[in-house]
Design a protein. Structure first.
Length: 297
């Protein structure tokens, strides 16, 4: 038998006699172990390949994306969890917040009109936010406009300051990318000076978009924006990358393209944001937090 010499075959025969086990049972157990090891190695390789594009994608979403390959290997979701746990590849969630909102200003603050709104279609509500990314030496600010239904990032801009012009550039991109321009649209944000400013509100008015704003300082009050911020920073490591602003713009653009087209969302029945944005039949799912119902990711 391949891999066995006469000496170790003799030793195996003696051991089987001492234990009262037939050689066939012994060899079958060895084959089973080797088969399991090869299968686990294939699972690890496929997950590592997937994480080349989405470095911190979780196990459930990995299993969804690799479902066909896992079924061919005879690996279910629980088994995949076991294999990744044994190889120290399960991910620990982390949370960090950097305050980028200045609500103490003279500009008008708008009412929250989306708090109890049933969101049923793309481009019904956009949520806007600014998040801090990059390391301490070369940090910058990412302005995002995200569709609340599909979770698709429809507009973004990266800047080394909190200037209103960056938010307006993100809004302009979102406006250019509209798929359903005839549908009424609400823009929801925090009460930061950038969104309350005359320039930003003039842009919303020009685009016939209705403003809405959070009325509390709870970071979950703009839950969709906070969750998308967390995905980009934690799963794509945007919070830790130290690069110049031009290079960061390329990294951010690639990360958002991957997020929109490859990463499935639990709240979207495991559709990607791009897939979710092309239809309005799937109902978004939510999970409960202590204070507010937050759309699942």
């Amino acid at each position: 038998m391949k891999g066995y010499t006469k000496e170790n075959t003799f030793s195996i025969n003696r051991l089987c006699k001492l234990l009262g086990v037939s050689r066939m049972v012994y060899y079958r157990s060895q084959w089973s172990i080797r088969r399991s090891q090869c299968r686990a190695s294939e699972v690890v390789d496929k997950v590592q390949e997937l994480r080349m594009y989405m470095p911190r994608i979780g196990t459930r979403k990995s299993y969804h994306l690799l479902n066909k390959e896992m079924r061919n290997l005879g690996v279910g979701r629980d088994k995949m969890f076991d294999i990744l746990r044994a190889n120290h590849m399960l991910l620990e969630p982390k949370r960090s917040y950097h305050i980028t909102t200045n609500s103490h200003h003279r500009f008008h603050k708008y009412k929250n009109i989306v708090e109890n709104l049933d969101i049923r279609r793309p481009e019904q509500v956009w949520v806007a936010d600014i998040t801090y990314i990059g390391g301490r030496d070369k940090h910058c600010y990412l302005s995002l406009v995200t569709d609340a239904y599909s979770k698709k990032i429809v507009g973004f801009d990266l800047s080394n300051s909190l200037d209103t012009s960056s938010c307006i550039r993100a809004l302009n991109m979102a406006k250019r990318n509209r798929t359903y321009p005839e549908e009424p649209l609400i823009h929801h944000s925090d009460r930061g000076i950038q969104y309350c400013s005359n320039q930003y509100q003039a842009a919303l008015s020009r685009y016939s978009i209705t403003p809405s704003m959070t009325e509390s300082y709870d970071p979950y009050a703009n839950a969709v924006a906070e969750r998308v911020n967390g995905i980009l920073k934690q799963e794509f490591f945007l919070e830790d990358i130290n690069l110049s602003l031009p290079m960061m713009k390329h990294v951010v653009s690639d990360a958002i393209r991957t997020y929109n087209t490859m990463r499935p969302h639990l709240s979207c029945s495991y559709l990607t944001p791009e897939q979710m944005h092309q239809q309005s039949f799937v109902k978004i799912k939510k999970y409960k937090s202590k204070k507010i119902s937050i759309p699942a990711s």
